[in-house]
Design a protein around this ligand. Sequence first.
Ligand code: SAM
Length: 278
Amino acid sequence: MTAGVLYVVATPIGNLGDISARALRVLSEVAAIAAEDTRHTAQLLQYFSIQRPLIALHEHNEATQAGVLIERLRAGDSLALVSDAGTPLISDPGFRLVSAAHAAMLPVRAVPGASAAMAALSVAGQASDRFVFEGFLPAKSAARRARLQELAPERRSLIFYEAPHRLQETLDDMRAVFGRRSITLCRELTKAFETVLRMDLAELCERVRQDEDQRRGEIVLVLEGCAQALTPVDEHRRVLDILLQDLPVSQAASLAARLTGGRRKWFYEEALARENRT
Ligand code: SAM
């Protein structure tokens, strides 16, 4: 018996006109469609007059559901995997299923289309030859700042997804960690209120503070990478800043010295100076 094919199908991120002809054909021909939210996908299918059975596959059931879907593929059924919007697996469920399909030597095929990250990068006006996709930052400020500190030396453009209610605090944290950098706010891409704003980070912080419309809808941030390689002293300060988020001064200084090969005394004095400043 020939095994079925698992099609990973991208769907629009807003404008339904962005669905591809091939996506529509695959969605109408597969035995069933595994969807992050079956009610959401039912509306999409209804709009395109497609009637196929839907199976829920989300982060809470993926571990068990993947096994069931693998058996169907083995039995010869071709299946499509979709998420609520954009490309599955990109900050969306599907990794376990795709990974299990490979482990079972089953064919996996891409039906590419919209992804908010790529759409944002294409209009952001930030360097696009090399970039890093960071997805969502941690929700809590301390963890978010620690992650941003880790990213500080990154030379490539950085792409983040962000929830509208966290936008302001994330921008404020970015400003505190990165200082002067160009950044592009890409909001509601392909939809009625699509907005693309490229400016200095400090300017964007204030713009978003003053204009609550900029804190609505779906958001991607594309941040300029670090302009210059960090000097060894910058790098030592960066390591110390990360450790000080979770450790007391003395321990942070010892660990920083061990990690970098620097002098413990230098780190200790730097850490005390930081404490005095706050
Ligand atoms: N898999 C999707 C993709 O390929 O883009 C991303 C799913 S992730 C759960 C949802 C996030 O993507 C949103 O919170 C937002 O950051 C971003 N996003 C989705 N649609 C967007 C749009 N139309 N404009 C801007 N950002 C969008």
